[in-house]
Design a binder for this molecule. Sequence first.
Ligand code: PGA
Ligand code: ZN
Length: 431
Amino acid sequence: MPIIRRLAAFEMLDSRGRPTVQATCVLEYGKGTASVPSGASTGSAEALELRDGDPKRYRGLGCRKAVANINGEIHAMLQGQRFSTQAELDAMLLELDGTPNKSRLGANAILAVSLAFARAFAAEHELDLFLYFAALTEYASTPLSRDGLYLPRPTINLFSGGKHAGAQNSIQDVLVVPISATTMDEALGMTYEVYQCAAELIFRKYGMRALTADEGGLAPNFPSPEAMLEDAVESITRAGFKSGQDVVLAVDVASSQFYHDGHYQLGDQQLTGEQMIDRLRGWLNAYPIISIEDGMAEEDWEHWTKLVATVADSPSPRGGVRSIMGDDLLCTNPLRIQRAIDLNAANALLLKVNQIGTLTEAAEALKLARDAGWRVTVSARSGETEDNWLADLAVGWRADTIKIGSITQSERLAKYNRLLAIEAESGLSFI
Ligand code: PGA
Ligand code: ZN
């Protein structure tokens, strides 16, 4: 049984050059290091990311307090302790923090330790990290075996708007999903073609070079959300693929960002909840969209339920139901997911471990969603690091899809490359 010998942390920088936390956990026979990502278009129910608040340093975004909490209090409490499971460690971290949203020690400090322990445990047992993650879920009928595991299909940012791109366009992400690809290798090759065609298209149409937003998507000043979707379809076609058959689309509307006083401010139009639903339905009819994330705002529960009732059973380009996916709505929080299940307010979960702060709670969120028959996307954040644990998590937790960002920046490619490595080494494939 693993005994924690030492915990250590330091403040590292994320893909936006902002501080975040990296922790190392040393066990008797294994060692693991992990770093935590950070969002910008965050849900208000997320666990608290502890920032120093000193305006003279990184405009208040420093993480020295979170780092000091690991090197000080958490290290002192955990050193020499034996933990036979992840759940035991995470429970101890929650108890030590003692707040409902991890505001004392910081969700960034707590998650860094939770993840570093996972890596160290896997190393001590000479396990691939994705097998260790699989063993944390009840779906691992034969823990520590690859049976029943598969690769998540990537959903890849093509165009960006919202908070990740200076708010030029209202909707945050238009993503491409290479649905006909049979391997990760093929999926990424197809996406490269589409991306290059999109870069050429926006240069011709908008005179915009391929400068990218936070997650690597292209971000010209589209005249409307419909133009964004139209141009995505044109890029797919120009790349030589059949839109709707080879490549489909997913959209992250991130509508909480433009929801004010009960209205959706979409460009220069002010829409009611009903009108917003009509607009989304129009997109579903006109474009090959398999998933709409945060189509409604995080507290507009009533219209979430109406959206599910209106569109979930309309035919999806890939057959089956369309995903009405909650990100800001759910915040990977079991209580909010249960509420959404009770209200039939969503049918898919976007899972981000740092929204909740420990692996154990995120696994609980996963189980709730799965038991309700929902689809699950494991997602990165807009502020990422070179760490690649997300790829292992998506494989181990049998995500239907993974959302990492575009294929242009190394903090994203670290995860895509890990998926390629898992594919090459383990022989796992899409289902
Ligand atoms: P965030 O955005 O990491 O800035 O929250 C990602 C998303 O909304 O999916
Ligand atoms: Zn989102």
